[in-house]
Design a protein. Structure first.
Length: 177
């Protein structure tokens, strides 16, 4: 889980950087939502919580559940972003091909994109790839947190509470420590 958490921190930096490029250099319709930057904040939280789960001797169930919830939110938002950016890629690319090649493009067919459209295609394609990678990383974290929540209690989590000496009205502990 340590590798996944560190990967999530790296993905947060990637999403923030590409999101700023998308918003301020590309400026296409999907850029106005700041979707990569919002996902970056969730991915950053996921990475930090994952590292916290690893470095705490006894991770709390609340922390594990929070990690699971934020990872699921990352999956959902990344899937929405893949759909949105892919749809806009298609809207930009389809008109550049001749109508007789609709559906199948022959090898060597030239496309006519201006510099802004080329930048949009490059950044959006890169974002789609990273969103799909984020979906895989977050799904792996969801799976690992599900497994972590089903593991039996360790010896550190089993505590025996002994009553104070001389008090007869307390419940006697039956465990042997």
């Amino acid at each position: 889980m340590k590798v996944l958490s560190i990967s999530q921190l790296a993905m947060a930096a990637i999403f923030l950087t590409i999101g700023m490029v998308d918003r301020y250099k590309v400026g296409y319709r999907t850029s106005l939502t700041y979707m990569p930057c919002w996902i970056s904040s969730l991915v950053l939280a996921t990475g930090i919580m994952g590292l916290a789960v690893i470095h705490v001797p006894i991770p709390s169930s609340i922390l594990i559940d929070a990690l699971w919830s934020v990872s699921v939110a990352c999956i959902v938002l990344s899937a929405m972003a893949v759909y949105s950016y892919h749809r806009d890629l298609i809207r930009v690319l389809i008109p550049t091909y001749p109508r007789d090649n609709y559906g199948f493009v022959k090898e060597g067919t030239a496309t006519f994109l201006n510099d802004e459209e080329k930048l949009m295609v490059a950044v959006s394609s890169l974002l789609v790839v990273f969103f799909i990678l984020e979906i895989m990383l977050a799904a792996t974290l969801v799976r690992s947190t599900t497994l972590a929540s089903h593991q039996p209690l360790s010896e550190h989590e089993l505590h025996c509470i002994h009553p104070p000496r001389g008090r007869s009205n307390t419940i006697q502990s039956e465990c042997e420590c």
